[in-house]
Design a protein around this ligand. Sequence first.
Ligand code: XIL
Length: 482
Amino acid sequence: MRLARHGGHETPRRTRAGSARRIVGAALATFLGAAVLVPAAPAAADSPLRDHAAQQGFEIGAALGVDHLQNDSQFADLAATEFNAATAENSMKWESTEPSRGQFDFSGADAFMDFAQQNNQKVRGHTLVWHSQLPSWVENGNFSPSELRSVMENHIDEVAGRYSGEVAYWDVANEIFLSDGSWRNSVFYETLGSDFVADALRMAADADPNAELWLNDYSIDGINAKSDAYYNLIQDLQAQGVPIDGIGLQAHLINGQVPGDLQQNIQRFADLGIKVAITELDVRIDMPASQSELEQQARDYRAVMDACMAVNGCVGVTVWGIVDQYSWVPDTFEGQGAPLLYNDNYQPKPAYDAVHEALGGQSDDDPPGDDDPPPAGPCDVSYSVANEWNSGFTGEVTFTNNGSSALNGWELQFDLSGGQQISNGWNADWSQSGSTVTASNTDWNGSVPAGGSVSIGFNASHSGSNPEPGSFALNGESCSVS
Ligand code: XIL
């Protein structure tokens, strides 16, 4: 489609790695193509975000810092498990890929691409032409217009060309307007005028004919002078036949300040026939964050999810990081932080539950209601009496985690309705209140992989009759008994 529109030619790739990478991409595309023929099983209520997103044909992405992927396995695990789309937080930017003229360094970008491909994640390339994180040799190079054009062309050609066929979307130009809708005085605008955007889009189309070509900016989430400037520019580009496929709304938001016209704004861009995505979502809070602020933040995340999911053509939401401690926010906005879905201990925040629910999942504290999906059978229990004597017995319980993700800590509750009283137990911390027994993990058996089982046991007294226990529930969700 796009090739026909701009009639461009494909620039020959120069790197051997480039062609090798395309083969991997083609194999992956074949694999993914085959996979869609198999109807997907419904995601269990407590499944990761990406399972629910896949059910809806929606992309839930995260910005990934390559150093964290390489040095922090908890971070890498969450990145792989929860997200079906990925953006390189820094490693595809100009200062990372071409720190000095003609000297390309793809070590970080390649590591990011490998991770995304291993985990079947759709990649957003970020970003080709941007005034920030731009090396000084470009910014202060005093190039003539024709020199800067060829510097830009070579950069786009090398970077987008290297990953040709493997990047779903490129943020071709980033942050080109100011808040009043006027052009930002970048070296590109000053030297080349506003045509640099159309030029960059055409160059990117030549370098990777398969990638969708997007613009991206902050504070264009609602309808305002800056988003109007994009609205007008995109119509101009379309009228000139310049390839333009989408607009990314970064959505670096302040807690409690989701624009009321977000959905309307998304819709007006979609109505131009281009795609839209939320590309860099975070919601920053004045530190320290209180519980009620975290709940407000959850409502904000929900509102953004709902606005995107309500519009055909809004393809996905990407959060700008995973765990609060690595977010760019505290370094950039003094006194603000905690903007992401996971806290510093890698635990999901209320905002995570909100995103999960927006995608159709169910959170722990979501009260059961008529429109909830049927219980997914998170656990299965078997019970046996190992030994019994006139005033007591030994009971054994084995439970299996039937959920699709590992448990990190568990609590098994059940009822002993015949007046039995537990005296001691093993493989768990045991307590009893009335007929309700609670067994919680010890510090060595708290993590239970999906499909894993744990066996625990106890001694108890009884006074004649010894009915079997019932109402087994694991972490608050009832278990089937086999
Ligand atoms: C940020 C990164 O998160 C930081 O690690 C880096 O120091 C600066 O850039 N808009 C963008 C992103 O398009 O690339 C920026 O990312 C955040 C604002």
